[in-house]
Design a protein around this ligand. Structure first.
Ligand code: ADP
Ligand code: MG
Length: 253
């Protein structure tokens, strides 16, 4: 890895679904220690961009570099092992499992046996190691006391933080969060922002998709704005918010 290269660099990224250009020649970068917001109206191509970066689907064209190394087209497990972890736009907790079991699924993904180990037999030492790691990450995000509760008995804001704990089990360098604040109450958003600032302080870099301008304003170092698959604007949050094209996209969209 080249120390001088940006942590994540996306160049000319493109994704076509049939006749629809979901992501159209998008370029941006995330530097080490930054929180970058990826914003824009519904259908702008934000989640698709996350899917391309994390190997859920391959780009039609373009380059993705992580620490200077080309990763476009790699499978999602390989990308995760490089140090990119993500959450999804819709909460993906297993309802029949406890909080800590859900978090442990992240640690399973990192292990030798992979996700299948989560539902098959593991040797006891490996099992203990995985649950210890899950407990450590739950404590890190402040939900240690919820470990044995059924996952879906938690408030939505806490469920989203459980998903962040699961992603942290992969020991990422870069966290991609797809609308982590969607549907949260004011107080839950404030708690989430505080957690993300703390993770940044611990050396993590974060790229997050968000709709709520107020949420990103106080939290992000930089914003990238997408509309209809293309990059509309980029810059510091205050400048981007005052950009007439961005105001149009939000009010007219
Ligand atoms: P955003 O996250 O910004 O709301 P998406 O990335 O989810 O936007 O979607 C961008 C566009 O790509 C939308 O028009 C959406 O319908 C389309 N799209 C996303 N995923 C697929 C897919 N798997 N197949 C076909 N079209 C898709
Ligand atoms: Mg989306």
């Amino acid at each position: 890895p080249q120390a001088a290269a940006p942590l994540l660099e996306v160049v000319g990224l493109r994704k076509v679904f049939g006749g629809l250009v979901a992501v159209n020649d998008v370029s941006f970068a995330v530097d080490r220690g930054e929180i970058v917001g990826l914003i824009g109206p519904n259908g702008a191509g934000k989640s698709t961009t996350f899917d391309l970066i994390t190997g859920i689907s391959p780009p039609t064209a373009g380059e993705i570099r992580f620490g200077g190394e080309a990763i476009a087209g790699e499978r999602s497990r390989a990308v995760a092992r490089r140090g990119i972890a993500r959450t999804f736009q819709h909460v993906r907790l297993v309802p029949s499992m406890s909080v800590i079991e859900n978090v442990a699924l992240g640690a399973h993904l990192r292990g030798r046996a992979g996700a299948l180990a989560g539902i098959t037999r593991l040797d006891q030492a490996e099992e203990r190691r995985i649950f210890a790691e899950a407990a450590r990450q739950l404590g890190r995000v402040g939900l240690g006391e919820m470990a044995d509760r059924p996952a879906t008995s938690l408030a939505l804001g806490q469920q989203r933080i459980v998903e962040i704990a699961r992603a942290l089990c992969l020991d990422p360098v870069l966290l991609l969060l797809d609308e982590p604040a969607a549907g949260l109450r004011h107080r839950e958003k404030a708690e989430l922002a505080e957690l993300l600032r703390r993770l940044k302080g611990e050396g993590l870099s974060i790229l997050l998709v968000e709709h709520d301008m107020d949420f990103v304003m106080g939290l992000t170092d930089r914003l990238v704005v997408m509309e209809f698959g293309t990059k509309l604007a980029e810059g510091d949050p205050a400048t981007v918010r005052a950009n007439p094209a961005v105001i149009d996209a939000y009010l007219g969209g």
